[in-house]
Design a protein around this ligand. Sequence first.
Ligand SMILES: [Zn+2]
Length: 444
Amino acid sequence: MIIIGGGAVLTRDPERPFIAGGGVAAGDDGLILALGPVSRLKREYPGAGFVDARGGLIMPGLVDLHHHSRAVFSRGLTPRGERPLRYMDVLEGSWWRLDRAMNLEDVYHSASASFLDCVRNGVTTVFDQHSSYGAVSGSLAEVSRAADRLGLRACLCYEVSDREGESKCRAAIQENLDFMREASRRGGSLRRGMMGMHAGFTLSDRTLEACMEALPATSGCHIHVAEALEDTTHSLQTYGRSIVRRLRERGVLGRKTIAAHCIHLNWEDVQILRETDTAVVHCPESNMGSAVGCANMDDYARAGLALGLGSDGCGADMLGALRTASLLCRHNAGDALAGEGVVPGLLFRGSPTAAGRFFGLELGVLRPGAAADVIVCDYQPPTPLTAANADEHILRALRGANVATTVIAGKVIMENRVLKALDAEALLSDARQQAADFWRRACV
Ligand SMILES: [Zn+2]
């Protein structure tokens, strides 16, 4: 067991939100044993290892509720001749083209590099939607192997789509099923699987039926919804109903389904998402990058939606994404108070609550019995920091680069920016070599 202590503990537990000069004791079962003043914890657990927070801010680990690990291999790459103007140009000219060229080694090394980024940015749980139509079968095992390497808690799925033809679509559904079976067979609290789906406009009714027929009742789907106007208009024109209504009629929505983006919704869609308790993931940095619009978090929060925050593969800095979410909300509304009281909850309440539905654990909170996923941010505030103003400090000052220490399930993965059990430089060197080879194959 270990004690992470010697800093200000921001617990996110309303019963005891803040402990100055405190610490967290984590048991070998991966759960939190106790919190309190460091001196008391050391007295109570004399045999425990000690991780020194060096006066920093001790917080629950972060969750990225919508990630694409493979996206890291496109960093710095512009496929020859590509000048994407519209959303569909980006998908067809870049992402789908790259997916077709991916082999299993690309999958493993891109996921390793991406998950290293997660750990360095304090992300302890990731929901990754994978796609590599160049190598479908066995690809989730490679992503999982990369998550094992980093000790990361991860819920994985493969992006089912009709875009590469019927046999690859069937293989993608099978890949999800095989991995879900494997994840439940392995047991443990670090790995889960679900049914990945691209988006309504690349999924026929027949494919949606095939996915839902095969899906175990205890699992759910991870899908892009109304990210761009194209998804919304395609559904209305092709099926005579909104994409959200269509997905509900096909049984896709529910409390174990993750709907990423959800920008272009009507009021009935919002009600359906609330009634089905579907987790809606806001991805502000991706949405701004793709210029697809902005989901109105204030309206969605008022409507009672289950909301979370995702990177959509734009790096893994969730503290940075939180700040962007806040600024985008204000900018979009023309109101400097927009998002107040809503935006921090995306990362610190909504995402861990949704993630907890899959892992059967209390995530995003430091209290006895919750998952021992703990981070330490190197932050010496220039002004008083309390439970009441901590979110303002975080929004104004913290980034992923402030994360010094990352503990997952009671295991120290990174301490004072040093990875404990692996050589980060070697991992990145291997990834760079593999990426160069991938670029040669992908951009011919
Ligand atoms: Zn996405």
